[in-house]
Design a binder for this molecule. Structure first.
Ligand SMILES: C[S@@+](CC[C@H](N)C(=O)[O-])C[C@H]1O[C@@H](n2cnc3c(N)ncnc32)[C@H](O)[C@@H]1O
Length: 229
């Protein structure tokens, strides 16, 4: 079973939104599993400290390698990828999410404060992953985003299996626009072609809209699309 182990100093925030909707139902039915590890359980002092002042000075606190190392050793006893949520990491992509969803699961380390001691990253082989070029106050929300993106791809979790093949980033394109009833809303009609019943025409319109949106909004994606796509 696909299993996510999350190491955090805020265990109570999980499962949070992961416990709702389709991901939550799949968690309850045992389609995937979530272990939440409280990093403080691996502290040895009576204050359960997990952080200390930065070597060399400067603001904030740094998570200690000894405490975190013990927590990782307890949680990561198998071959699952070990990821550290970090703004310095490789930006997460749908392609990477698909690879991770096809694997055995994840061990995720959530940083807090200024981040974690560099030595534990190397010593425990943590791969740094970012969910975007902005700074969150901790890795928990990033971990939830990553788990959510993976879980919805697991077999039997999402309603219609065809939908992930058509949505944004499939074939390097953003998704085409959606419409539903009412047919006329505030003077705005649904595009005629979608009401035509002509499936080939509808597919062609959706493709050209997906291409137009990608060119306009994400020239970077458009330029890096696989040739012939
Ligand atoms: C306040 S941030 C530390 C930022 C760090 N001092 C820096 O400038 O790169 C605390 C933690 O939030 C998480 N985090 C913040 N932004 C993130 C992002 N864009 N993607 C993934 N994790 C993030 C990381 O786990 C990080 O250790």
């Amino acid at each position: 079973m696909w299993r996510a182990s999350v190491l955090t100093i805020l265990p109570d925030v999980f499962p949070g939104p992961l416990g709702a909707s389709l991901a939550g139902k799949a968690l309850t039915s045992g389609a995937w599993a979530l272990d939440v590890v409280d990093i403080r359980d691996f502290a040895t002092d009576r204050h359960r400290s997990v952080d200390d002042t930065p070597a060399g000075g400067g603001p904030g606190m740094v998570m200690r390698p000894d405490v975190l190392g013990r927590a990782i050793d307890a949680a990561a006893t198998d071959k699952r990828p070990r990821l550290l949520l970090s703004p310095r990491g490789a930006p997460l992509t749908q392609e990477r999410v698909e690879t991770l969803a096809h694997g055995p699961g994840l061990v995720l380390v959530c940083g807090r404060f200024e981040g974690i001691d560099e030595r534990v990253i190397a010593a425990r082989g943590l791969e740094e992953v970012s969910i975007g070029d902005y700074v969150l106050s901790g890795g928990e929300i990033a971990a939830m985003a990553l788990i959510d993106a993976c879980v919805r791809l697991l077999p039997g979790v999402m309603g219609a299996p065809a939908s992930s093949a058509e949505e944004s980033f499939a074939e390097g394109l953003l998704e085409y626009p959606h419409y539903t009833r009412p047919q006329l809303w505030e003077g705005r009609p649904i595009p005629e072609v979608l009401l035509s019943g002509d499936h080939a025409k509808i597919a062609a319109w959706r493709r050209s809209e997906a291409e137009r949106l990608t060119r306009e909004r994400r020239p970077d994606l458009w330029a890096s699309r696989p040739r012939g796509a």
